[in-house]
Write a protein that binds this ligand. Structure first.
Ligand SMILES: *Cc1c(COP(=O)(O)O)cnc(C)c1O
Length: 841
């Protein structure tokens, strides 16, 4: 691997302007951090980069020029940090993730560089409202949900904590689809986030890495007569890096996120072009460029898609090549590699990096197998993100062997040696050997990527206490026994810069007023708010902030979707990917129960606590049941919102296209956070943390990080319901009989019957029949088993909400006690338990 020969000349350090050249030492000048300086730089960018006069410029021109100006301020730091990281002789982190759900960049980068006020004033001087420009930015949706957002929070924390690190990923031309509803059903539109230009990225085609695929392997004898293997690939693509600035918060650091884009390899095109087949040459180009064309809109079920494996190999091979060629000094002694880098594998998507590093070390750098394996085992660490067996990624040996024949050989050898060691330890226990093999045999021969990662990784971590425990006890117990000390926990976190400071500016001001500055980078300081929870005036001010956030949200939803939040309503929010394990259906049953009780006259509308239910959720396009559920939520909203019998006291809203931008508006306004997955199914959740930090109370099961949230905020400030994980296991083992719940609980029966009757589908009973029969006969996620407990917990919510002052106190205590959930703390845990990296020079 490595750069192609044509390219190597332009990136080789030997051909760079020598450091001794006088101009090489000239500092990059930042524009003066004054309004005048900013205005001048902005106008210059508008004129010279966008090629328009202020008087003729559109909002898009202005946004692009503004982004360019922010970039100009960050540039000196960025260039400085890049050479600093190259010069640093100590260990750094390469975070490998197929997804980064970044959200909008402008506000974050203004905040990080302390330019928000100057920019606002400068634009006002030019007659421009900065708020209008904020709306122009299309967020890069290069991720599906929690996993991609976690990667984005982590690179923010890495920069803010001055950890020498680079994020590596894929620059998908189309990110997660844009969701619209037609007749209440999800319709997917392509996400053309690059259409207006992408001012935050810097392409470097001259630094492309050549990535190979296909072909065959052969053995040969080298000069010393040693028999070696080599890969004769069939085709290549170029991986072009696009660099993004990742500014730390107020610390002057700017790290790099490097996303790879696929371009047809010159050599490949030329050969076809020479053959005179123009159409074929174009077809080849399209084929190559398909690799980074779209993000797979899958959250937790693997798709056996060849293209997806191509994407995975494409970005990790490029990233490893980049690190070895461009970050390490020339002539670096690779036996010292573990002193210089740890590759953190964000789930199994990048795990093909393991045989890739082995291939480079053994085949290309001539390192002997055992030595190479010893190096490799110290250079990787693996984060597991799931407990669902169907979400543990496997690749068929067939496909892998076709696409990456040498890698398959390497995987087989790793497995042979691993299983030998297992035999040595446990004897010829064939059942155990089969259970631990990296190669699975059923239903077809396949590579179990999680096992490969576990065998290769120096550390393996789960993402919440409960998840890590279940990982060790239920998912990988043999591995835990075989590799004592390898498994650890790092509970997820979220960045307080984006999810408090930017998303909830009024709360941020209130906190700063109470505690002073500094909490944004030391979130445990929120503890100081406990004292204020007892202060009636502070509670009132908190309530005013919450009320104002609701007004803000209401106006966003009105403008964006033409929908109305109920005035004075409790905001009850469930936003996350649509998946059966997350149990949006439980929420629907609660709503339908309330509605049915009013409709049947059992409860007077005037007796219900007014609530607006807000859903946000995308369903994977191929996930039929998830799409039925979306349809049902919309259908219930349609009926409930227009039925005079509820007197406007129940509203169901489902703004389409839930993304980071919408999350930033919805979460600060929420009163109640719905975290209602079946215990043992949600690895961690991070939405739950965002809500608690914004003063919403959680109604939740003992699942994922909910367990830790409840322990920290206290039972009085959390609405716990449902079976515990051991209870779930026991019920499943005994035989879950959903119809028993249906028959014995009248409220449940009436709610289910109302859905089945066609009341939400214009009398057509067939529309939601698949949902009803799934819940009654075929539900792995045991919605009906937790129904009564959930309804009772919701009654406790109503009761608590009736006393607004006490509610506010609980909300403030939620904030005060959730500082643990900063992603800065997660990164500190990774450094301590997994990476052992020193801070940057
Ligand atoms: C935080 C976040 C998620 C993850 O939510 P969970 O409730 O943890 O599943 C998904 N999507 C977006 C846009 C987010 O901001």
């Amino acid at each position: 691997m490595g750069v192609s020969e044509e390219n190597s000349a332009s990136v080789s350090p030997a051909h760079r302007l020598g450091a001794t050249h006088p101009l090489a030492l000239a500092p990059v000048i930042s524009p003066p951090a004054t309004v005048d300086g900013f205005v001048r730089q902005f106008l210059q960018n508008l004129n010279f980069d966008q090629g328009v006069a202020l008087s003729d410029s559109s909002s898009t021109d202005q946004y692009l020029a503004l982004a360019g100006t922010v970039r100009d301020y960050l540039m000196a730091r960025w260039l400085d940090d890049q050479s600093r990281q190259r010069a640093q002789q100590s260990k750094g982190v390469c975070y490998l993730s197929a997804e980064y759900l970044l959200g909008r960049q402008l506000d974050n980068n203004l905040l990080a560089s302390r330019l928000t006020d100057i920019a606002t004033e400068s634009l006002a001087k030019c007659g421009i409202d900065i708020d209008v420009l904020r709306q122009v930015e299309v967020e890069p949706g290069l991720g599906n949900g929690g996993l991609g957002r976690l990667a984005a929070c982590f690179i923010d924390s890495l920069a803010t904590m001055s950890v020498p690190s680079t994020g590596y990923g894929i620059r998908y031309e189309y990110g997660i689809f844009r969701q619209t509803f037609i007749d209440g059903q999800q319709v997917e539109q392509p996400d053309a986030w690059l259409a207006l230009g992408s001012p935050w990225e810097f392409p470097h085609p001259e630094a492309a890495q050549q990535i190979s695929f296909g072909g065959h392997t052969e053995t040969y004898d080298d000069e010393d007569g040693v028999t070696r293997s080599r890969w004769i690939p069939a085709w290549h693509v170029q991986a072009v890096p696009y660099n993004y600035m990742v500014p730390g918060y107020h610390n002057g650091r700017v790290n790099t996120l490097r996303l790879w884009s696929a371009v047809a390899s010159d050599a490949f095109d030329l050969r076809i072009f020479n053959s005179g087949d123009y159409e074929e040459a174009v077809r080849a180009q399209t084929f190559a460029e398909n690799i980074s064309k779209v993000l797979y809109p899958e959250d937790s079920t693997p798709q056996g898609k060849e293209l997806r494996l191509q994407q995975q190999y494409f970005f990790v091979a490029a990233s490893i090549g980049d690190f070895l060629d461009n970050v390490l000094p020339e002539g670096f002694d690779l036996s010292k590699l573990p002193d210089r880098v740890i590759f953190q594998l964000n789930d199994t998507h990048p795990v093909i990096a393991v045989p890739e590093l082995m291939r480079v070390l053994v085949d290309e750098r001539g390192i002997e197998w055992d030595a190479a394996w010893a190096i490799t085992q110290q250079c990787f660490a693996y984060t597991c993100h799931t407990l669902l067996p169907e979400a543990l990624e496997v690749w068929s040996v067939d496909l892998l062997g076709r696409l990456l024949p040498r890698h398959l050989e390497i995987i087989y050898r790793i497995n042979d040696e691993f299983l030998l060691a297992v035999r040595e330890r446990f004897g010829d226990d064939e059942l155990r050997i089969r259970a631990m093999s990296i190669i699975g045999e059923h239903p077809y021969r396949s590579v179990r990527m999680a096992y490969l990662a576990t065998v290769a990784g120096a550390k393996v971590n789960g993402v919440a206490e409960l998840h890590s425990q279940l990982l060790r006890e239920k998912v990988l117990p043999d591995f835990d026994e075989f590799f004592p000390g390898k498994f650890t926990n790092v509970t997820n976190g979220v960045t307080p810069r984006r999810f408090i400071r930017l998303a909830n500016p009024d709360l941020a001001s209130l906190i700063t007023e109470a505690l002073g500055a500094g909490w944004t980078v030391d979130l445990e300081r929120l503890r100081g708010l406990e004292a204020f929870a007892a202060d009636p005036e502070f509670r009132e001010r908190f309530a005013a902030v919450k009320a104002h956030n609701k007004v803000r949200l209401a106006s966003v939803l009105r403008e964006r979707d033409g929908i109305e939040v109920g005035d004075g309503h409790m905001l009850d929010v469930m936003v996350k990917r649509l998946h059966e394990y997350k149990r949006q259906m439980l929420k629907v049953l609660h709503i339908v129960t309330q509605y049915e009780q009013v409709r049947s006259g059992e409860v007077a509308a005037s007796d219900i606590i007014p609530r607006t239910f807000i859903f946000g959720a995308k369903a994977a396009p191929g996930y039929t049941m998830a799409k039925h559920i979306i349809h049902l939520v919309n259908a219930v909203g349609e009926v409930v919102n227009s039925d005079p019998v509820v007197e406007g006291r129940l509203k169901v809203l489902f703004p389409p296209n839930y993304n980071v931008t919408l999350a930033e508006r919805v979460i600060p306004a929420a009163d109640l956070s719905e975290q209602i997955s079946l215990a043992g199914k949600e690895a961690s959740g991070t939405g739950n943390m965002k809500f608690a930090l914004n003063g919403a109370l959680t109604i939740g099961t003992d699942d994922g990080a909910n367990v830790e949230i409840r322990k920290l905020v206290g039972d009085d400030n959390f609405f716990l319901f449902g079976m515990s994980e051991p209870e779930v296991e026991a019920l499943w083992a005994k035989g879950y009989q959903p119809t028993e719940y249906y028959q014995s609980d009248e409220r449940l029966r009436r709610a289910m019957d109302l859905i089945a009757s066609g009341a939400f589908s214009g009398g057509d009973r067939s529309v939601f029949e698949p949902i009803v029969s799934n819940l009654l006969y075929d539900d792995r996620f045991m919605v009906l088993a937790d129904y009564s407990s959930y309804i009772e917990a919701q009654a406790r919510v109503d009761e608590a909400y009736a006393d607004q002052d006490t509610w506010s106190r609980s909300a403030i205590l939620n904030i005060a006690r959730s500082g643990f959930f900063s992603s800065d703390r997660s990164i500190r845990d990774y450094i301590e338990r997994v990476w052992h990296t020193p801070p940057m020079l």
